[in-house]
Write a protein that binds this ligand. Structure first.
Ligand SMILES: Nc1ncnc2c1ncn2[C@@H]1O[C@H](COP(=O)(O)OP(=O)(O)OP(=O)(O)O)[C@@H](O)[C@H]1O
Ligand SMILES: [Mg+2]
Length: 510
C-alpha cells in the first residue's frame, strides 16, 4: 500500500486503513481563490508528517478544514476509520485532533493551569478543584520538559515557547492522537526549536502523530518521517526516508532549482549614512553602530537580546535616554517614526499583524500607504500608485487574486511581502528590516535576498535583524551581535555561525 503515498493527489485513492486521518479529494474555495483542489493525504500513527509549500499553497487552509473551522465543498475526511462530519471545532477535538497555530489560542489573562484544563477542569460536584487542577497541569508540563513553568502565573507572563508548551500540554490533557503545528518555530530561537523537537519526538514515541508545517526546510529535514509538498492547492509529492532533502523539497515546491540563495556580498560601499553613538533607551545600552551606503549590517543575537529594541531606538519608536544619532553626518533627534521617515529611514517590523498591515484595506492601499502620505495631490498620483503596486506585487510574487483583495485574506507569507513592498515603495536611504523572511517560502526568500542586495547596490544602507544565522551570514557585510541589550561584538561578514553563537550566548562579565 505504500506506493499509494507517492501517487499524485487527486487520484481516487481509498482511505488508507492504517491511517489516523485520511483526507480524500477535498476541495475548498474562498471567494475568487481555489485554495484546495481534490487533496488526498493520510496521517499515519506515530509519524511526524511535515507539510511544506510556497506561500498561499493551501497548508493552513487544510488545517482549518480539519479543525472544523472551514467546510470543504467536496471530498471527505475519515478519522480512525470513521467518516467525520467536521462541522465545528468541538468535533475535531473530540475526534482526537489538537491544533497549535502561530496565532496561539491561549487566554492571556488566565493562569497556565486554567489554560491547560480550560473546559475540562477537575471538579468535585459543581466546583473546580484548584489544587488538583494545578497538580495535573504541572504533571502534563513536566512530561514535556516544561515542569519549571509556574502553573499559577498568568499565561501573559510566558515566552512564546512556553505558551506553545501550554498548548501541547492542553492537547495531552485532551489525549489528542494527532497534533497539528502550523509554523510554530518561526518565532523560536535555536535552543527552543531543539527543545520543541525533543517534545515532538517524545509524543511520536507514544504513538501520536504530528503534522508540522514549516518554511524552514533544514528543520523539516531533521524532524520529518514524511514530507508532503503543497503547490497551488494540490499535493505534488510525498517524500519519505532518504528522499527527504532540502533540494528535493525545493524542486517540488518551486518547480525548479533555485541555485544560490544569496547574491554576492561584494558591494561598493559609500559614505556613512546612519551612525549611532552610545545609544541607550530603557532596553538597549551604549550601542555603537554605523552603516554605509551599499552596506548590509546584520544584527544577530538570541530572542530577547535587544535586537528589535535597537531598531525601535533607531527609528524613534522608543525615547533615547542618552547617546546620539546622525544621518548623513547631521545630528538627528527622532521624537517619533514620522521624524525618522522624514530623514529617510524605514522600518519593516517583526510583528506584521499588529504593526505592519491594515488587514481591512486592499493590497494596493497597503502597498502605497507610506508612499501616498508623501504625495501632495493624491488624486493625481492614484494611477501611478496603482502601477507601482502592480510592479511590486509582481516583483515580490505576492499571491493575490487582485490588487483589490483585502490584505487580511492573504496567506501569512503574502501578508509579510505586502509589508515589505510598502516600505520599498518609498525607496528610503536607510532600510531597517526585522526578521524580513519570517514565514516566507524559500523561493520568495531568494527573491527577497536579491531585492535587498539590489537596494544596497543602488545605494541604500540596510540593517537586518534575523534569527536565522545563514541569512545573517549570507547577506551581511558586517555583523553586530547583541546580548543583554548591549552590542557585544562587531564582526566582519565573513565570520562563522560558531563565532556569532559564542558571543550571543556569552554570559555577563565574560
Ligand atoms: N479567509 C480567506 N479569504 C480569502 N482567501 C483566503 C482566505 N484565507 C486564505 N485565502 C487564500 O487561500 C490560499 C491558500 O492560503 P493558505 O493560508 O492555506 O496558504 P498557506 O499554504 O498556509 O501559506 P503560508 O505559507 O503563506 O502560510 C491563498 O491564496 C490565500 O490568499
Ligand atoms: Mg499558512
Amino acid at each position: 500500500m505504500t506506493s499509494a503515498f507517492t501517487s499524485p493527489a487527486g487520484a481516487q485513492l481509498p482511505p488508507e486503513r492504517a491511517a489516523v486521518v485520511s483526507v480524500r479529494n477535498v476541495s475548498m474555495s474562498y471567494p475568487g481563490v481555489r485554495a484546495l483542489r481534490e487533496v488526498s493525504i493520510d496521517i499515519l500513527p506515530g509519524e511526524v508528517h511535515c507539510w511544506v509549500g510556497e506561500n498561499g499553497a493551501g497548508k493552513s487552509t487544510l488545517i482549518r478544514v480539519l479543525a472544523g473551522a472551514q467546510q470543504p465543498e467536496l471530498g471527505c475526511i475519515v478519522v480512525n476509520g470513521e467518516l467525520a462530519e467536521l462541522s465545528n471545532p468541538h468535533v475535531a477535538i473530540r475526534m482526537g485532533m489538537s491544533f497549535i497555530l502561530q496565532e496561539l489560542s491561549v487566554v492571556d489573562g488566565l493562569s497556565v493551569a486554567d489554560n491547560i484544563l480550560l473546559g475540562n477542569e477537575i471538579k468535585r460536584g459543581p466546583s473546580v478543584r484548584v489544587a488538583d487542577t494545578r497538580a495535573r497541569a504541572h504533571e502534563l508540563l513536566d512530561r514535556i520538559g516544561f515542569g519549571f513553568v509556574d502553573v499559577r502565573l498568568p499565561v501573559r507572563a510566558l515566552s512564546i515557547a512556553e505558551k506553545q508548551a501550554v498548548m501541547i500540554a492542553r492537547a495531552l490533557h485532551l489525549d489528542a492522537k494527532v497534533l497539528f503545528l502550523d509554523e510554530t518555530t518561526a518565532t523560536l530561537d535555536n535552543e527552543e526549536v531543539a527543545r520543541l523537537f525533543e517534545v515532538m519526538r517524545g509524543l511520536r514515541a507514544e504513538g501520536r502523530s504530528l503534522v508540522f508545517v514549516s518554511h524552514r526546510l533544514h528543520e523539516v529535514e531533521q524532524i520529518a518521517d514524511r514530507v508532503s509538498v503543497f503547490k497551488d492547492g494540490t499535493i505534488v509529492a510525498t517524500l519519505s526516508g532518504a528522499e527527504i532533502t532540502q533540494s528535493a523539497m525545493v524542486r517540488f515546491m518551486v518547480g525548479r532549482d533555485i541555485g544560490d540563495m544569496f547574491p554576492s556580498k561584494l558591494r561598493d560601499k559609500g559614505e556613512q549614512v546612519l551612525v549611532a553613538r552610545l545609544l541607550s533607551t530603557d532596553s538597549v545600552h551604549d550601542v555603537e553602530l554605523s552603516v554605509r551606503r551599499g552596506e548590509i549590517l546584520g544584527i544577530a543575537g538570541l530572542v530577547g537580546s535587544g535586537r528589535t529594541e535597537l531598531l525601535r531606538a533607531l527609528f524613534g519608536l522608543d525615547p533615547l535616554r542618552s547617546g546620539s544619532l546622525t544621518v548623513h553626518g547631521v545630528p538627528a533627534v527622532f521624537r517619533s517614526p514620522r521624524d525618522a521617515i522624514r530623514s529617510g529611514l524605514a522600518l519593516v517590523p517583526e510583528d506584521r499583524r499588529s504593526q505592519g498591515i491594515v488587514a481591512l484595506r486592499s493590497v494596493e492601499e497597503n502597498v502605497t500607504l507610506s508612499w501616498m502620505t508623501r504625495q501632495r495631490r493624491r488624486l493625481r498620483w492614484r494611477a501611478e500608485g496603482r502601477r507601482m503596486a502592480a510592479d511590486l506585487v509582481e516583483e515580490l510574487r505576492i499571491k493575490t487574486p487582485s490588487l483589490h483583495q483585502l490584505v487580511g485574506l492573504l496567506s501569512g507569507g503574502n501578508q509579510q511581502k505586502v509589508v515589505i513592498a510598502r516600505w520599498l515603495s518609498i525607496r528610503p536611504d536607510v532600510l531597517l528590516l526585522d526578521e524580513p523572511t519570517r514565514g516566507i517560502d524559500v523561493g520568495a526568500k531568494a527573491e527577497i535576498y536579491k531585492l535587498i542586495d539590489k537596494l544596497a547596490r543602488d545605494g541604500m544602507a540596510v540593517v537586518v535583524v534575523s534569527s536565522e544565522l545563514p541569512e545573517i551570514l549570507g547577506l551581511s557585510n558586517n555583523v553586530l551581535v547583541m546580548h543583554g541589550g548591549r552590542a557585544v561584538a562587531h564582526l566582519s561578514g565573513d565570520t562563522s555561525e560558531e563565532e556569532i553563537i559564542r558571543f550571543a550566548m556569552a554570559t555577563e562579565g565574560n
